[in-house]
Ligand binder design. Sequence first.
Ligand code: FES
Length: 107
Amino acid sequence: MHIKHHPVLGEQLQKQVKIFFKDEPLAAYEHQSVAAALMANDIKKLGLSRNLIQPRGLFCSRGRCCSCYMTVNGEDHVRTCMTKVEEGMKIYPNDEDPEVRSECRGD
Ligand code: FES
């Protein structure tokens, strides 16, 4: 659910843009972060943890951890809480990162 009118900040929604999550179109708004746009569309799992392979979502929401890493427009490990949406943006969860996983586990 998008916040349309904030009690303190007022009108919040800007121009609507279309983004793609796993090739499915979603509605987002200019100036929203990628993570916020996904949350507003009920997508809370942003990837899998490297070591324990558990679901990851938002944690700090201010660019201080790596919980929200996703692949955005072909670039891996993008902090989606700090990245604003753009028209046509292609977003994929950080589910597959076998090289990093094997390095972490010492495989
Ligand atoms: S949730 Fe911590 S960097 Fe994005």
